[in-house]
Design a protein around this ligand. Structure first.
Ligand SMILES: Nc1ncnc2c1ncn2[C@@H]1O[C@H](COP(=O)(O)OP(=O)(O)O)[C@@H](O)[C@H]1O
Ligand SMILES: [Mg+2]
Length: 236
């Protein structure tokens, strides 16, 4: 299995006619950790929502070499773990256990395996022991970790995260960065946190106005202050 994501000439307009993606091409190689940056409204979240078929635009999106279509949405969603920016969009059960068990149960796994996966996912995000807590009583940082655990419990080959450090305090941010560094998955992460990008992501893709306007080694991109300024970004 090649844990890759490939986007070819992707165009997308929202139902109200607003054009959010104007021909995006992107290839993420197996095991690569790629940052996706750009100003608000650049189309980052819209692009991420295409990677597991929540949105379907014009063009092609291939996951592990297979074009996403009606016939393989289940497989695609098992392969691509998508963590939304707002954990409240991901957590809807009355306990942490139920939220993290939801995916494995939905996959039809036996009860013992579901429990093993929940334990393993909570341990990975440093939330062991939180099984019985109601997600709505958790802090912002804890919610983010549990949201990531709901996705890790499905054992995805590819992780896609939308602004994982947004709204975290320094300690929560640091813990999250350590977690992302430790995870072995192929990763595409949309973020405004250019210090994190510098630290954790060897490659950066820059989007602006629905297009990819830069793609290359993070050190080179972040050193080009004129380029960053043109696209509404600030050197870290
Ligand atoms: N549900 C929606 N309906 C209409 N337009 C939307 C919707 N969601 C986002 N947009 C628009 O699409 C563009 C891209 O948005 P988004 O993908 O959220 O950008 P980013 O994540 O880079 O901030 C923006 O101009 C935004 O206003
Ligand atoms: Mg966004």
């Amino acid at each position: 299995m090649h844990h890759t994501v490939e986007v070819r000439a992707l165009h997308y307009a929202y139902p109200d006619g607003h054009v959010a993606l104007r021909g995006v091409d992107l290839y993420v190689a197996p095991g690569e950790k790629v940052a996706l940056v750009g100003p608000n409204g650049a189309g980052k979240s819209t692009l991420l929502l295409h990677l597991n078929g929540i949105l379907r635009g014009e063009g092609q999106v291939l996951v592990c070499g297979e074009p996403i279509g009606d016939g393989n949405l289940g497989r695609v969603r098992a392969a691509v773990g998508l963590v939304f920016q707002d954990p409240d969009d991901q957590l809807f059960s009355s306990t942490v256990f139920e939220d993290v068990a939801f995916g494995p149960l939905y996959m039809g796994l036996p009860e013992g395996e579901v429990h093993r996966r929940v334990q393993r996912a909570l341990q990975a995000v440093g939330m062991t022991g939180a099984e019985d807590r109601p997600p709505y009583h958790l802090s912002g940082g804890e919610k983010k970790r549990v949201a990531i655990a709901t996705v890790l419990a499905m054992d995805p080959e590819i992780l896609v995260l939308d602004e994982p450090t947004a709204g975290l305090d320094p300690r929560g941010r640091r813990a999250l960065i350590r977690l992302l560094e430790d995870l072995p998955q192929t990763m595409l992460v949309a973020t405004h946190d250019l210090r994190m990008v510098q630290e954790c992501f060897p490659r950066t893709v820059v989007m602006d106005e629905g297009r990819v306007v830069g793609d290359g080694p993070t050190t080179a991109l972040l050193a080009d202050t004129a380029f960053l300024e043109t696209h509404g970004l600030e050197a870290p």
